[in-house]
Each structure stands twice: as C-alpha cells, then as structure tokens.
Design a protein around this ligand. Sequence first.
Ligand SMILES: Cc1cc2nc3c(=O)[nH]c(=O)nc-3n(C[C@H](O)[C@H](O)[C@H](O)COP(=O)(O)OP(=O)(O)OC[C@H]3O[C@@H](n4cnc5c(N)ncnc54)[C@H](O)[C@@H]3O)c2cc1C
Length: 441
Amino acid sequence: MPRANSQQLSGWGRFPALQHSVFTPRTQADLHRFIRNNDNPKTIAFGNGRSYGDSALSECIIDCRKAQNYFIDFDTQQGLLTCQAGVILDEILKVIVPKGWFLPVTPGTRFITLGGAIAADVHGKNHHQAGCFSAYVTDLYLLTSDGTTVRCNQNLETDLFRATCGGMGLTGIILSATIQLKAIASTEINQTTHKTQNLEETFAVFEHNQSSPYSVAWIDCYAKNKSLGRSLVSLGEFSEDGPIALARKKARTMPRWFPSFMLNAWTIQLFNTLYYHRQRQPVKTERVHYERFFYPLDGIQRWNRMYGHKGFIQYQFILPKDTSFEGLQEILKTIADAGQGSFLAVLKLHGKENNNWLSFPLEGYSLALDFKIQDKLFPLLKKLDQLVLTHRGRFYLAKDARVSQEVFERGYPNIDQFRQFRRTHNMHRHFNSAQSLRVGL
Ligand SMILES: Cc1cc2nc3c(=O)[nH]c(=O)nc-3n(C[C@H](O)[C@H](O)[C@H](O)COP(=O)(O)OP(=O)(O)OC[C@H]3O[C@@H](n4cnc5c(N)ncnc54)[C@H](O)[C@@H]3O)c2cc1C
C-alpha cells in the first residue's frame, strides 16, 4: 500500500496553508484498506482543491483523484452518466458535450471533481430554476468509516444522502455517482447583459427575468452613494441552434512571480471603473461559447497566485429574499467605506432551499467577494459577519476559511440533526477537517 507523504497544502485561496500527511491510494483496494486501518480521527477526502479554505484540509488527507478517475457508464439516449468521484467536471464535459449533453448544474469552474461537487452540493447561475447539484444525483456510493460501501439516493438511505450532499466529506468517501444530464442543442449561449446604475436596478433586472435559465451579476463594489450596487447583470440561455463544439482556446497560466503589490485599493478601484464602463450601451446581446459564459476564470490557470503567497479569502454569504436588498445595501456600503473592495463580486439569485442538512442556498441572493489577505481585512470581515447574521444570512462552507462556530451555526437550522447523525454513525471519530473542527460539525 502506498505510504503517506508529508506536505504543506492549502485550498484555492492559499489560506490557511497547513502541514498534512497526504495518502494517495492508487487503487480502490488501497483506498478500502486504508479506511479500514486508519485510526486518525482528523482525516478528510481531498478532491481537486478548488474549495477556497480548509474544507479539504486535515492532519490526514486522502487524495481521491488517482484511485477514482474512471468513467463507468454513459447512457447517451437518457443522458445518465455514472463515474467515479475523482473525475473532473472538465473531463466529463469533454465526453458529454459532443453527444449533446451538459451538466445540469455547474459552478464557476470546471476544474472540480464529481466528489467535490456532491460534497459541497454546488450551485450555478441557474439555482433559481434548477436547484443544487444533488437534485440530479440519481445514485451515489459512499465508503463509510467501517469500510463498507453504502448506496444512497433520494429514496434509499435518505438521511445518509441528505447528510452527504453538502456534508463536505464528513460522512465518508464518495466513491461514484450517477447524474442526470441536461440536453443541449448548441454549445452557444444567447447572452444579454444589462448595465444597471444602482442596486435597485440590479434587483429589478433579476426579478423581472426569473424566466431566464441563467443569471448572474458582477457588482462594482467600490461604487458609492447613488451608484451603490451598480452592476453588469448577465442573463443567458442555451441557443436552440448552432454548433456543438468544445472550445479550442488554450488557457494561459498566471506566472509565479506576479507582483501581488499591484493588487491594491487603487488598482482594484480603477479596474472596477473600467470594467463597468467597458459596456457602453444599457443592454447588450451576443452569442458566446458556454466556456466564456460559465467559466471565465478558467481562462487563466492558477489565477489565485495573483494575490501573493499570503493568499486571499473568498467571502460568500446568502440572505433570504425579504432581507436581501436592505442587507446588501448595508454590506456594500460598509465595504465601499472601508476602501477594501474586491474586483470579483458576484451576485446570484437563488430559488428554494433543498432539504439537505448543510446545503448552502436558500431563496434569496448570494454575494461572493475576493479579498486579499492583509491585517486590516479581518476586523472588516467580522463586521460583515454581524451584518449577515442580522439579516438572517448564512455562509458557504466551500468558500469559508475563517468563520467562527458561533457565526456559522446560526445560519443552519438543521445543524444539530447533521451532528447527531454523525455521532450515531460514528463518523465524528473518523472524518474531520480543519474547518469542521473550527465550526463545530
Ligand atoms: C473559480 C471558482 C469558482 C467557483 N464557483 C462556484 C460556484 O459558482 N458555485 C459553487 O457552489 N461553488 C463554486 N466554487 C467552489 C467549488 O465548486 C467547491 O468548493 C467544490 O467542492 C470544489 O471541489 P473539489 O473537487 O476541488 O474538492 P476539494 O476542494 O478538494 O474539496 C471540497 C470538499 O469536498 C470534499 N470531497 C472531495 N472529494 C470527495 C470525495 N470523493 N468524497 C467525499 N468528500 C469529498 C472534501 O472533503 C471537501 O470537504 C468555485 C471554486 C472556484 C475555485
């Protein structure tokens, strides 16, 4: 059986960076043997490291990619795909798109594993219509702490399914899953971008266009006063005609030596102003390849280096609909006043909450912001935490690197059921991440 290596690892935000023992099973048999014999309670699965904080970090990490990277079955008539959990969504797209199928829900990067998509129960720009990834998982196989493999889905072992989807690896190792894909007639998206003058207009575009399958806004979070919340809101839908083709553009790589001091309040503010004004007309329509629409950040590999070796925090929260407008106004004002804006500020509309115990989305609006790590950031984030709680919001584990237990648990009313389920099934003695210990899961 391969031995574990000691390595310094971090999530996508490069914060925190911790020393770990990394075990990389080469085969399924290695993985099963390791789980049966492992007695370190601080053990967690690692997918492709695209969660931003410490969800996939622990004293002992199981890197699932090598032992679990096979496609098992693809029913091209029904659009049902079964593969092992270490397969990356990018590889899935290369197989399914030429056959006229697409992922029913996709996050803003295609470089995550199937296991990571299920463990975080990821959402996309279509949550208001389509819900989370788990809604399309028709079957799932999980390796539990006693070394047995359990099948679960929406009708079988339902509590295990509810705990595993969104459960951030804390119920065991996802081995494989079957997902229902979405049929597409073209790989092009009809995109309409509305340039709004303030938050009120931004909300109006979202609310009036709920029939649009995909929607997302980039917010200029340096804008103040009358322009607070001004945005570029993009709406999209797959075209009914056009080519079916994978994109051919090669991604560039962010150099290791990128001078992170170039990313400061002044340059970010300048970037935001230029980016906002790059669109002159109030409404612009165009046809774009799905890669440009769904995965703009994947165009530059290792873009996280831009923030330097100290890294950055992605701060993502969601507010219920009735508090969203007021809450976002207050939060955006606090950020703009602090002069610590982010150039990546993404607002999404979400539909109904599902019944998984720890899934993030609820009916309302979520905002994700990237902040470069510097001493003055942490007091600002503490202030924002309180504003999110005042407006009955919650934080996303897949992005989090720092919230306290007290702040986290207030957002999740089903958290005690999740904890109890883990205790009943002895999972808490086997699977724990740095994050789960910090937020008390
Ligand atoms: C640029 C970018 C854009 C993003 N956009 C979105 C978005 O729009 N929506 C969204 O929801 N998320 C988004 N994310 C977050 C990302 O989708 C999630 O963090 C996802 O979980 C990462 O998957 P991964 O395979 O890299 O897993 P990792 O980051 O390695 O792990 C994430 C969690 O999954 C668990 N896990 C991984 N594999 C397994 C397994 N086989 N069995 C059990 N548990 C496992 C880990 O223990 C950990 O808790 C984005 C991330 C990036 C970098």
